[in-house]
Design a protein around this ligand. Sequence first.
Ligand SMILES: NC(=O)c1ccc[n+]([C@@H]2O[C@H](COP(=O)([O-])OP(=O)(O)OC[C@H]3O[C@@H](n4cnc5c(N)ncnc54)[C@H](OP(=O)(O)O)[C@@H]3O)[C@@H](O)[C@H]2O)c1
Length: 300
Amino acid sequence: MKKILISGGTGLIGSSLAKLLKSSGYEVAILTRRKGASEYSNFLWNIEDNFIEEEAFKGTQIIIHLAGTNIGKRSWTPEVKQEILQSRTKSAQLIFNYSKNCGKSLETFISASAIGYYGAVTSDKIFSEDEPPAKDFLGSTCKLWEESADKFKELSLRVVKIRTAPVIAKKGGIIDKLLLPIKLGLGSPVGSGRQYMPVIHIDDICNIYKFAVTNDIEGAFNASAPEQLTNREVLRTIAKKLHRPFIFPSVPSFAMKIIFGEMAKIILEGSRVSTTKIVSKGFRFSFDKVDKMLENILHT
Ligand SMILES: NC(=O)c1ccc[n+]([C@@H]2O[C@H](COP(=O)([O-])OP(=O)(O)OC[C@H]3O[C@@H](n4cnc5c(N)ncnc54)[C@H](OP(=O)(O)O)[C@@H]3O)[C@@H](O)[C@H]2O)c1
């Protein structure tokens, strides 16, 4: 039975992924800042103090690095930006330092990344994995995040980076933010509404991580449902499924900028990403269409 250590395994993706991997026969351990935060073997770490409980690495073959400050909970002040970056890169560096000494059994390092790699931009271009990173905040963050993952190649590990679209789950993540105005009967597009809004179902993102564990794949992979609709189309589909109106004028971009500052860009802009690479490796999506995904999330 292989042992998988998941950093940030208490979060939205990590908690579902841990369950999936456990039920698939893996031994699961979690790196967390809060002892007892999950039902699996918990190991403490402290990034500021350069500390990890060494026992975490004992017999571990695979590390999945999900840890990172949530990007959508606070305004992007310079301090928050620093925390968003360092909670991903400094943490990866700390795992690397310990892996050199205690990780003799390690084979694979799989890291989260985000489709923010390609930048907050609205275009008809469909971004594939060989595109360069954008120069905006998220693009630069993803670049450094992925570089910190690539460092594990120095230890001869197989490295996989999962460029993730916003995850749709029954609870947590972006769904509450999308549902609230619609449930209040205030459904409307945001900004122009023409920006693309790639999303992925929680089961599919967890299955992609499991696919990366079980298949000999390497490098970066986009992780989004193959069908990618505009903001207007996604929100209208939700309103229709909830039998709520979708008649109000768009939420103006300037209002979003006043409320959310620089972070508004990730809501106001968006392009599509190609899923050809992961599909060509043999991965099959359970929720390839947005309608099917929302039906499952809202009505089952
Ligand atoms: N969910 C999405 O829509 C989405 C989209 C694109 C990319 N991703 C990326 O995928 C990864 C997992 O996403 P998620 O939605 O599961 O995230 P999440 O729910 O916010 O959980 C992330 C976990 O990271 C740990 N963490 C938070 N702040 C930290 C800090 N300052 N230092 C160290 N650890 C910290 C926490 O675990 P403890 O409190 O137990 O330490 C937390 O449970 C993240 O890196 C995220 O950026 C997610």
